[in-house]
Design a protein around this ligand. Sequence first.
Ligand SMILES: *[C@@H]1O[C@H](CO)[C@@H](O)[C@H](O)[C@H]1NC(C)=O
Ligand SMILES: *[C@@H]1O[C@H](CO)[C@@H](O)[C@H](O)[C@H]1NC(C)=O
Ligand SMILES: *[C@@H]1O[C@H](CO)[C@@H](O)[C@H](O)[C@H]1NC(C)=O
Ligand SMILES: *[C@@H]1O[C@H](CO)[C@@H](O)[C@H](O)[C@H]1NC(C)=O
Ligand SMILES: *[C@@H]1O[C@H](CO)[C@@H](O)[C@H](O)[C@H]1NC(C)=O
Ligand SMILES: *[C@@H]1O[C@H](CO)[C@@H](O)[C@H](O)[C@H]1NC(C)=O
Ligand SMILES: *[C@@H]1O[C@H](CO)[C@@H](O)[C@H](O)[C@H]1NC(C)=O
Length: 498
Amino acid sequence: MVKTYSNCTIVLENLEITYMEDHRDLSFLRSIKEVGGYVLIALNTVSRIPLENLRIIRGHSLYDGSFALSVFSNYNNSTNKGTDQILLTSLTEILKGGVNFFNNQLCNVETIQWSDIVNVGNISIDPTPSKNKNCGKCDSSCFNGSCWAPGPQNCQTLTKLNCAQQCSRRCKGPSPSDCCNEHCAAGCTGPRAEDCLACRDFQDNGVCKDSNLYQLVPNPHGKYSFGATFVKSCPLCNGLGTGELAHVLSINATNIGSFENCTIINGNIDIIITSIYLDQFTKTPKMDPEQLNVFKTVKEITGYLWIQTWPDTMSSLSPFENLEVVQGRTKRGSRSLVVSGLHITHLGLRSLREISDGDVFVSKNSELCYTDAKHWQKLFKSPHQTVNIEGNANAATCALRNDTCDRKCTVDGCWSPGPSMCISCRDYKHDGSCVDSCNILEGEPRETAMNKTCIKCHPECQPMNGTATCSAPGSANCTKCANFKDGLFCVSRARSVH
Ligand SMILES: *[C@@H]1O[C@H](CO)[C@@H](O)[C@H](O)[C@H]1NC(C)=O
Ligand SMILES: *[C@@H]1O[C@H](CO)[C@@H](O)[C@H](O)[C@H]1NC(C)=O
Ligand SMILES: *[C@@H]1O[C@H](CO)[C@@H](O)[C@H](O)[C@H]1NC(C)=O
Ligand SMILES: *[C@@H]1O[C@H](CO)[C@@H](O)[C@H](O)[C@H]1NC(C)=O
Ligand SMILES: *[C@@H]1O[C@H](CO)[C@@H](O)[C@H](O)[C@H]1NC(C)=O
Ligand SMILES: *[C@@H]1O[C@H](CO)[C@@H](O)[C@H](O)[C@H]1NC(C)=O
Ligand SMILES: *[C@@H]1O[C@H](CO)[C@@H](O)[C@H](O)[C@H]1NC(C)=O
């Protein structure tokens, strides 16, 4: 769970918290703000479940067909141990689905006004009075005495029952000026569609919008829905083992087109003999090696990457040069990355920065230089991951071929020759390549250096000579504005006064 949910703000599907005992540190749950499906909290004995930042449960799927929040049996009768508090202090809306609580010994939950939170669904709260428990009382400042735990910070926040009549849905307080925009869910900080705590339908670049965009008309500004967010390109494609590729053996000439423009592949990639050569059995034609370049947009593979056959005309794995992460959520055996039996001379995986889980096997590639076990260990997330590098070109052969790293690389080495293939840069990184310096005082466009990386100054910054043009990215960090200054920001036009 720690691996799945740490730093996660939006859970697209369901969140299930079960069998957590008292010694578990659940603080990683604090980052979660939205759940798309349901939340199940059952069979735990840990004393507190901290979900203080969860604002909204959408209920796209429901537990037991009815419940968006189901909390039961968080108590062990034989040990008398159980959960005392579930801190849902930010939870103000459940879009769809009901709530049920039973067989718990929770404190304060009986004070919660669920009708403020639930929109459509049954509310079934069996408070199981906690006879033997010393539950603290709600703070006296809590509205109508409703709280999740003692202390003023744990009062229930009402966003519906206590609104002015004019409000169409939710509000941030009782006055008519406190009404939220109709596209808001959970509440708001102000009246506009960009002030919502969460969006009822879709969020596009910080603004809540409705979903009535499903029409077959050409739309040059069209975006795709990904969970409850609009994105410009569809970022998630099915890999082998998922969706329509669930039972497909390998990437091949017939299915490779489905990877066009993919950035995240949900599943695995297997490139084996039937990928490239004709397969009589499944009537799959031979693949044109050029087609492999479809993978150039891929940044992440959630499963494994397995390459056992490769076109002889390609000297590196350049189609995967933008691949950053192999998650290894699914593996073959214990392995999440296999490159074996190829005639490549270098890997060229210049963007790879993480193998989240699983072992690496880069072996029996007789002409392969630039393999160093130390590179791989830096990409691992756990001490149990291993790397096997055997039977590749030996150091003497590589030295003879003059296969050495560019002088702009650090001693960490490189993936291939050239300044764009360094594991890390000796001086600065500029557009994925190592450079001696950034365009700070001269050169177009002017840049600033942050963490040894060159970053462009905002276009509204006036290019300076003899001094830096900006101190950081963004229009608030220019040394001088090219056009106008509005508060902290450089802008192209002066604001007109209405
Ligand atoms: C979560 O984010 C913090 C800060 O960005 C980082 O230090 C930490 O390693 C991240 N944790 C995980 C498990 O990714
Ligand atoms: C209750 O706790 C006891 C002792 O730790 C354990 O053996 C038992 O499985 C627990 N019962 C349940 C229902 O979790
Ligand atoms: C605890 O006891 C109650 C009442 O006897 C029973 O309904 C419930 O199933 C028991 N809970 C567990 C986790 O065994
Ligand atoms: C509420 O519960 C009743 C009785 O169990 C059921 O008939 C009804 O469909 C439920 N309503 C919703 C919205 O789930
Ligand atoms: C607060 O509690 C009172 C008395 O129980 C009740 O009449 C009133 O409707 C409650 N207010 C809200 C907003 O629920
Ligand atoms: C090639 O791809 C097609 C379409 O995904 C699939 O039906 C076929 O089984 C695949 N062949 C092999 C050998 O993987
Ligand atoms: C891929 O992206 C290019 C450029 O944005 C676009 O022209 C093309 O139609 C896209 N292809 C698919 C299948 O989405």
